[in-house]
Structures are given as structure tokens and as C-alpha cells.
Write a protein that binds this ligand. Sequence first.
Ligand SMILES: NC(=O)c1ccc[n+]([C@@H]2O[C@H](COP(=O)([O-])OP(=O)(O)OC[C@H]3O[C@@H](n4cnc5c(N)ncnc54)[C@H](OP(=O)(O)O)[C@@H]3O)[C@@H](O)[C@H]2O)c1
Length: 317
Amino acid sequence: MLTPQEEKAIHMKDTSELAVVTGAFSYTGKYLTRRLLNAGTRVRTLTGHPNRAHEFGDRVEVAPLNFKNPEELVRSLRGASVLYNSYWVRFNYGESTFAAAIANSRILIQAAREAGVRRIVHLSIANPSLDSPLPYYSGKAQVEKAIADSGLSYAILRPTVIFGPEDILMNNIAWFVRRFPIFAIPGLGRYLLQPIFVEDIAELAANAGANNENLVVDAVGPEVFTFEELARQIAAAIRATPSFVHVHPGLAFRFLQLLGPILGDVILTREEIEGLMAGLLVSRQSASGQTRFTEWLAKFAATLGARYTSELTRHYR
Ligand SMILES: NC(=O)c1ccc[n+]([C@@H]2O[C@H](COP(=O)([O-])OP(=O)(O)OC[C@H]3O[C@@H](n4cnc5c(N)ncnc54)[C@H](OP(=O)(O)O)[C@@H]3O)[C@@H](O)[C@H]2O)c1
């Protein structure tokens, strides 16, 4: 026989809104999931890493992010009012390619339609373009189009670089400046970045899920840096004193390509360096996140870059 409290808990569980979040045990999805749970929303995650350590105990239902089984995806999405989609790949690696990620995203969107999901909140990238020569950006634009054409209500958030304790780019810049006497800046280093804090984008996403109107908006923080300023800020915060040298982007890529296997990672791809240098990580819209990178950096300087963060370890092992 259940106690009145247990009956109440079951009743609340059944009636509260259900959200499906891809990657609740990964980076941005984790911060979003925290917010949704705190707001009383039930969360089911779709993930390829159900056994990854996480903080949510049994408060998050787990289902496979398996694009080879669309019927299973439909079942996992049934009953959800919002799908928060963070799924994407950073680069082509084995079978995990941009072309596959576009096809998989279409499968996920179609599954959401079939399951009767009301709205998709989708994490894209700032400055996507169907015409972009960079497959990350053209692929993101194709997925945005698929969402806009789906007939579902949608919010598309376009972040630049998302900083936070689990971020890869800022952390690994810090890792390099901690360990090496020289920090190589591809080209002149004047290309801009406008990072957004992971808590801020999680808040934007959670708020976007609660609305109905279609929305496409950049998700960017209040500060803009050149790449060189950013690297120098990070070095100063952790009291590292490397020499900053400007190198040909091809040489920087070659160096990272040689170091990658030693670290067991793909550190940065040629396309990512090109994207960085093309000034795509900055917005023309006003800031939607409030947290200043420099203030966050001052707080986290002691641990930033203490350990290298590997994309391959996170997603392929
Ligand atoms: N991080 C940034 O600085 C940044 C900047 C601009 C845009 N974005 C966009 O924001 C979204 C969230 O980024 P994030 O860094 O927070 O992502 P993430 O948590 O590392 O991954 C998000 C989701 O994608 C899945 N995924 C990632 N790589 C995969 C792969 N190679 N094969 C299969 N599944 C893969 C993850 O699967 P698991 O659940 O199995 O881990 C997870 O469900 C992405 O769409 C990204 O493109 C991120």
C-alpha cells in the first residue's frame, strides 16, 4: 500500500510535462536538464552514452539516440511536448560524418512529428549558410531548414562558442598555454569570438521551450574578443607566460595534426581553423547572454586547462 506522499509523487510524475533532451549527460544538455528538472518538468534523454556518469540519479529517463531505429525514436518521443535537440558532430570521423548527421537530424525531426511533439528547441550555430564552403555551417543550415519545413513549432538558438567547465576550446587553449613556452596563433589572430556561457544558453533554451512562436536567434554573450586577445586573457588569468607567435594557418594545422595522435584526439580540424578565421563566431545581434567570459575566467582560472579535454574520448570511446 502506497503512502499518501508516494501516491502524490506518482500523480505528479504522470501529469507533469515531459521534455526530451538529447545529450542530458553531455555538455549543454546537462545544464538544460538541470533547469528543466528544477522547474518540475520530467526529462527523458536520448543518448549514445547511457552509462556516462551523471548527477541526475533516476530523475532522468534514458532512451537510445539510435537513428537506425526510427520507430524506437518515435516511441521515445511520444508524450513529450518539447524536443530539445543538441545533436550534431564536430567533424567527420569514421562513420560519424556531417552528411550522416544531417540525415540523422532529419530522422529525429520526422520522429518528433510522428510522436506528436509540439515544439523543437534546436541548438544550431551562429552564421550558418546553405552556401558555406564549411560543412559544419552548411550542414547546420540544412538542419535548420528541415526544422522550419517540418510544420512543428520551433526555436532555433545559434550560439558561437559555449564556455563553461566542460567546454573544449577554452579549456584546451588554457591547457596549451600552461604547458608550452610558445602559443601559435593562426594568421593575424584578429578574427572575432563572442562566447556565451553554458548556463545562459541553457536558460535561453528552457525559456524558448515554454513559448509557441517560431524563433531564430543568435545566442551570444556580452563580450567580443579577437582570438589573440582571448588567448592572452586566458594566459594572464592562469598566470602563464608563453610567447605568442603568429604562424601560417596551414602550419598551425600541421602542428595540431601531429600532436593529435599523441593526445588521442582531433584537436582542431582545418575547417574549424578556417571557420575561426572567417569571423563566424561573432554575431551582429545584441547579446542574449549576460555572463561575461572575463568574470567567469577569473573564477575558474585555477582549474581551466589543468587537464586536456578530448572530443574523441567524450564521444567515440
Ligand atoms: N560547444 C560549443 O562551443 C558549441 C558552439 C556552437 C554550437 N554548438 C552546438 O550546440 C549543440 C550542443 O553542443 P555541445 O558541445 O553541448 O554538444 P555535446 O553535449 O557534446 O553533444 C550533444 C549531443 O550530440 C551527440 N553527439 C555529439 N557528437 C556525436 C558523435 N560524434 N556521434 C554521435 N552523437 C554525437 C551527443 O551524444 P551523447 O549523448 O551520446 O553524448 C549529444 O547527444 C551542438 O549542436 C553544437 O553543434 C556548440
